[in-house]
Design a protein around this ligand. Structure first.
Ligand SMILES: *Cc1c(COP(=O)(O)O)cnc(C)c1O
Length: 451
């Protein structure tokens, strides 16, 4: 199949915002009532509109509302929700076979996805990959690999980091509510050191923050005890924090100098999201291991760990795996998604989104002093909201703006340790006029809410 046209990539979904009921509409409201009675209260819902169809930059709900998708299901449907290359691969694979378990009787799709990951991730050293179901599972396996390779135990993570919700990854994740609260005890041998958060570091630059973090590792853990340092090159759930120049590279260099496995958690920032295949490339960092998930397979559950062959092969046979890891349908989806990204120059699409968003948001920041910071790269952009004239977080304003956008048919997400960051993760198939419309609605929200 050759690369689909812009039209085809929209999957027959009209690329317009169209509200025919209030949000949520009556059908969604009825479904939400059933959800409350059927689904654990622990599973939250940001915006209870129930979706029936999606494509391009639009989500269609059960009431017939067409909403602009500024979230991509949290950076997952980067290639759009109806990308013909994903659809065709999945349909063919489902018709052929759905599962054998790669560890029992393998199939080529798994190997092809690993070959693609080995080729597309930073660095031209020899690499191996292994596939899993979720981001958290990938991170856990990266820790297993690093410990097996180094024969050390300590794992270093950074403030505001997010790595998942399983027991080990809860320990790696910084934020208590809602991710960790009441769920301990957590896994041992996890240590947290400062990150670089330019908006809040009171003038300290990236390399200075790295020096503080490194000194903490040396004094409090001992570099020789550390198996892995795990860092997101741009922190996602922490608040789309772009570290100060040099921080990330300095942490990677410290790891290399001390026999520590440097793990880039690119689960949110990977696959052309930031205008590079992987956000590590921006700082010229070649991670030892890289964890991927979210954007890899157009919405099918798939995750990977990719890294140096000698590290990946240090694990005994049978030490890695899982029943569903690298499921053939998910692999077919990934092969379609990755091919589309290569053929259409998805990084160019991400940069085009940045070129629309950053100037617009910066001019809003001049009008509305509640916007303390505008940051991000490619199609991973955020604004941080504060009480004007301070850096005190304004989570209430973020929540109110979020509600405003939702009511007006724009699916937006907040994020951040302080809940005060408004983040944008549009699919790369988002038509520019819709993107501009979403920003206009946001701007109107500031006009009515931010005094
Ligand atoms: C989402 C995310 C994870 C966890 O992925 P799941 O698929 O939800 O388990 C881990 N790390 C980062 C950086 C993420 O954004």
């Amino acid at each position: 199949m050759s690369a689909p046209t812009t039209q085809e990539v929209h999957g027959g979904v009209p690329q317009e915002r169209r509200l025919v009921t209030s949000i949520p509409g009556p059908r969604s409201t009825a479904l939400q009532a059933r959800k409350v009675n059927a689904v654990s209260a622990g599973v939250g819902v940001t915006l209870p509109v129930y979706i029936t169809k999606a494509g391009g930059g639009v989500l269609v709900d059960v009431d017939g509302n067409h909403l602009i998708d500024m979230g991509s299901g949290i950076a997952v449907t980067t290639v759009g929700n109806a990308n013909p290359m994903v659809v065709a691969g999945v349909q063919q694979q489902v018709a052929d076979f759905t599962h054998t378990c790669f560890m029992v009787t393998p199939y080529s799709g798994y190997v092809e996805v690993c070959e693609a990951l080995n080729r597309l991730t930073p660095g031209d050293h020899e690499k191996r990959s292994a596939l899993f179901n979720s981001g958290a599972e990938a991170v856990e396996n990266a820790v297993k690999i690093a410990r097996a390779y180094t024969k050390r135990q300590a794992v270093v993570v950074v403030e505001h980091g997010y790595h998942g919700r399983t027991n080990l990854t809860m320990a790696l994740t910084a934020k208590s509510m809602p991710y960790k609260h009441s769920f301990g005890p957590f896994a041992p041998e996890v240590y947290r050191v400062p990150t670089s958060y330019p908006f809040r570091d009171r003038g300290l630059k990236g390399p200075e923050m790295a020096q503080i973090a490194i000194s903490r590792i040396e004094k409090e853990i001992g570099a020789g005890n550390v198996a892995a340092i795990i860092i997101e090159p741009i922190q996602g759930e922490g608040g789309f924090i772009v570290p100060g120049d040099g921080y990330y590279a300095a942490m990677a260099q410290f790891a290399t100098d001390n026999g520590i496995v440097f793990v880039a958690d690119e689960i949110q920032s990977g696959f052309c999201r930031t205008g590079d295949w992987f956000a590590s490339e921006y700082e010229g960092v070649v991670p030892d291991l890289i964890t991927t998930a979210k954007g890899i397979a157009g919405g099918m559950p798939l995750a990977g760990v990719t890294g140096r062959a000698e590290m990946m092969d240090a694990v005994h046979g049978g030490g890695l795996g899982g029943t569903y890891g690298g499921n053939p349908v998910a692999c077919a989806a990934a092969l379609g998604a990755l091919r589309w990204m290569e053929e259409v120059d998805a990084n160019g699409l991400a940069k085009a989104i940045e070129a629309v968003m950053l100037p617009r948001l910066r001019s809003m920041a001049e009008r509305f002093p509640a916007i303390g910071d505008v940051r991000g790269r490619g199609a991973m952009i955020a604004i941080e909201l504060v009480k004007p004239g301070t850096i005190d977080p304004d989570a209430d304003l973020a929540a109110a703006l979020n509600k405003h956008c939702h009511m007006h048919g724009v699916v937006t997400l907040t994020t951040g340790t302080y809940g005060n960051v408004f983040r944008f993760l549009p699919p790369l198939t988002m038509p520019v006029p819709l993107l501009e419309e979403a920003l206009t609605i946001l701007e109107a929200g500031f006009e009515s809410l931010a005094t």
